[in-house]
Design a protein around this ligand. Structure first.
Ligand code: GUN
Ligand code: FE
Length: 460
C-alpha cells in the first residue's frame, strides 16, 4: 500500500516485491503465487537459502507494507521537553524551555542518552527518514550522525547556526559557527561515509542569524551542494521582529532569498503567515514546506493553509517539530494535519471551498511519505514502492498484540478473489482510516531502511 499521488491510495494485493541486499527494489510482481519462486525467476542464480521471505498474509487482510514515514522537521535535542510548553508562545518558549535544554547537550553523555532515545522512538514509530536539528555544538552533532548511522536511519543532521539575539550561554560567533559547521560536514562526508546520512545547513531562523552568517551559509550550501533547513513565518511576533531586523526586505521570505537560502534543497518549517508574493517566491525557488500541525497548535502559532501550497504545486511534507510538537509520531502528526485542515474549513463560508480545504486520510498519508520524499530527497529514492527505489518500509499490523485498533470480522478485505478487488479496496480504505485515527506504534511491527531491518533492532 502506498500513495504515489496526492489523494490516492495504491493497493496492490497478491503482489510480491523483491529487494536485493543493497536495499534496492528489484521487482514488483502482481498475482504472485510464490514469492520465493518469484525471486528465483528474477535471478536464476539465487539459491533458496539466500532469500528471506516476509509474508504479510500470515494475518489475512490487516497486515500490509507501507512506505516508511518521513519527518521533515524534528529537533532531536528537544526530545526531553516533549509535552512541556505550558502557555508559552514561540519567542518566550525558546528562552524559557528550549535554549537551556539545547545548551546542556554540549555534554556528550547527556547528548548520547537523548539521541539514543530519539532513535529508539522514531524507528519504533516507523520514521525511516528524518531531518534533524541538533544544537550549535559540533561534537554532539557528529555523535548524532554516528548514532543514526549505527541504528540505520536515513537522516539529515543539522548543526544549528546562530550568532545573534541568543543568550550568551548559547551562541557562536560567525567564525566559530563557520568552523563548527565545516567540522560536521567534513565528519559526515569524509569520516562517517554512510550515504544515508547527510549534513544539512541549518540557520535557526532569521532573528538569530546575522546577515553575514546567512550569506556565508547560502554560499557554502551552494558550493558544497548541501541541503538547507530553517523556520519561516511561524509566529506573528517573530514576523514583526524580522521586519524590524531586516527593514530593507520585502518580507520574511525575501530575507532568506536575499542570502541565497531558498533553493530546491531547502526545507521551510511552518510557513503559516505568508503573502501570495512569498508563496510565489517559494514556488519559483522550488523550495519545500514542512507542515508542523502539532507544534503550530501547541504553541499557538497558527493554522497553516496546506491546501494553498498544494494548489500551487509547492512540495509539502510533515514535521513533528519536537518539542514545539509533543509527539514523535508522524502518524499522529498526519492525524493532526487532517484536523487542522478541518478547522480551517469551518472558517470558510463557501461550501465548495470548505470541501476543498479539508485534507483527506489519503492526502495526509501522502504528505507523510511521498510528500516528505519530494521535500527532502532530490532523487526520490524513497516515499513509495517502485522498482529501482530503496526499500524503506514499515510492516503494519492492525491486529497486533494489544493494538488499539478494533477490526471486526466483516471489515476484513479478503484478497483471494480478483473480481472482488474493487469492493475490497473500499473496505481497506476504511481500515487505513482506522489506522490513522486509532492506531499507534503498536501497529508498526517491523521497519526496514534500505532493506535492512532497523526495528525491532537487530543490534545489541
Ligand atoms: N524558531 C526558532 N527556533 C525554533 C525551534 O526550536 N522550534 C520552533 N518550532 N521554532 C523555532
Ligand atoms: Fe522547529
Amino acid at each position: 500500500v502506498d500513495t504515489p499521488t496526492l489523494g490516492h491510495l495504491r493497493i496492490r494485493p497478491r503482489t510480491s516485491l523483491g529487494v536485493s541486499s543493497d536495499g534496492t527494489i528489484r521487482f514488483i510482481k502482481p498475482e504472485s503465487k510464490n514469492p520465493l519462486q518469484d525471486a528465483q525467476d528474477f535471478d536464476k542464480s539465487l539459491n533458496s537459502w539466500e532469500i528471506t521471505v516476509v509474508d504479510t498474509l500470515e494475518r489475512q487482510g490487516s497486515t500490509f507494507f507501507f512506505p516508511g514515514f518521513i519527518d521533515t522537521h524534528v529537533h532531536a535535542s528537544q526530545y526531553p521537553n516533549a509535552g512541556i510548553f505550558g502557555s508559552s508562545t514561540l519567542l518566550d518558549w525558546l528562552e524559557k524551555y528550549t535554549f537551556p535544554l539545547e545548551a546542556g547537550l554540549k555534554d556528550l553523555e547527556s547528548a548520547r542518552k537523548i539521541y539514543d532515545r530519539v532513535l529508539d522512538k522514531t524507528l519504533a514509530h516507523g520514521t525511516t527518514t528524518a531531518s534533524y536539528y541538533t544544537t550549535i555544538d559540533a561534537d554532539s552533532s557528529n555523535l548524532m550522525a554516528e548514532i543514526c548511522a549505527k541504528r540505520g536511519q536515513r537522516a539529515f543532521i543539522g548543526k544549528v547556526c546562530m550568532d545573534q539575539n541568543s543568550p550568551e550561554y548559547y551562541i557562536e560567533t560567525l567564525s566559530e559557527c563557520q568552523h563548527s559547521l565545516q567540522k560536521v560536514v567534513n565528519y559526515i562526508r569524509n569520516d562517517l561515509k554512510d550515504d544515508k546520512i547527510k549534513p544539512i545547513v541549518t540557520p535557526r531562523f532569521a532573528p538569530t542569524c546575522s546577515s553575514d552568517l546567512m550569506a556565508w551559509l547560502g554560499k557554502t550550501a551552494s558550493e558544497q551542494e548541501l541541503h538547507i533547513q530553517t523556520h519561516l513565518s511561524e509566529n506573528k511576533k517573530e514576523l514583526k521582529w524580522v521586519g524590524e531586523l531586516f527593514p530593507d526586505s520585502d518580507s520574511y521570505t525575501h530575507v532568506y532569498d536575499a542570502h541565497n537560502l531558498l533553493t530546491d534543497k531547502t526545507v521551510l518549517a511552518h510557513c503559516i503567515h505568508l503573502s501570495d508574493e512569498e508563496l510565489e517566491l517559494i514556488k519559483e525557488r522550488k523550495s519545500g514546506v514542512s507542515h508542523c500541525p502539532i507544534s503550530n497548535s501547541s504553541i499557538t502559532s497558527g493554522e497553516c493553509q496546506v491546501r494553498r501550497f498544494l494548489d500551487h504545486n509547492i512540495k509539502v511534507g510533515l514535521g513533528t517539530d519536537l518539542s514545539g510538537g509533543f509527539d514523535v509520531s508522524i502518524l499522529c502528526t498526519a492525524r493532526q494535519a487532517l484536523l487542522v485542515s478541518r478547522h480551517l474549513a469551518m472558517k470558510e463560508h463557501d461550501t465548495e471551498r470548505q470541501e476543498h480545504i479539508k485534507l483527506s486520510v489519503n492526502d495526509v498519508l501522502y504528505l507523510s511519505t511521498f510528500g516528505g520524499a519530494e521535500v527532502m530527497d532530490m532523487d526520490l529514492q524513497v516515499g513509495s514502492f517502485e522498482v529501482g527505489k530503496q526499500f524503506d518500509t514499515q510492516l503494519i499490523d492492525l491486529e497486533s498484540a494489544d493494538s488499539r485498533v478494533d477490526v471486526f470480522e466483516w471489515q476484513h478485505a479478503k484478497w483471494d478473489k480478483e473480481d472482488q478487488d474493487e469492493a475490497n479496496k473500499g473496505l481497506f480504505e476504511d481500515l487505513l482510516a482506522k489506522w490513522l485515527f486509532t492506531g499507534d506504534d503498536r501497529n508498526t511491527i517491523r521497519v526496514w531502511v534500505a532493506g535492512k531491518q532497523v526495528f525491532p533492532s537487530l543490534c545489541s
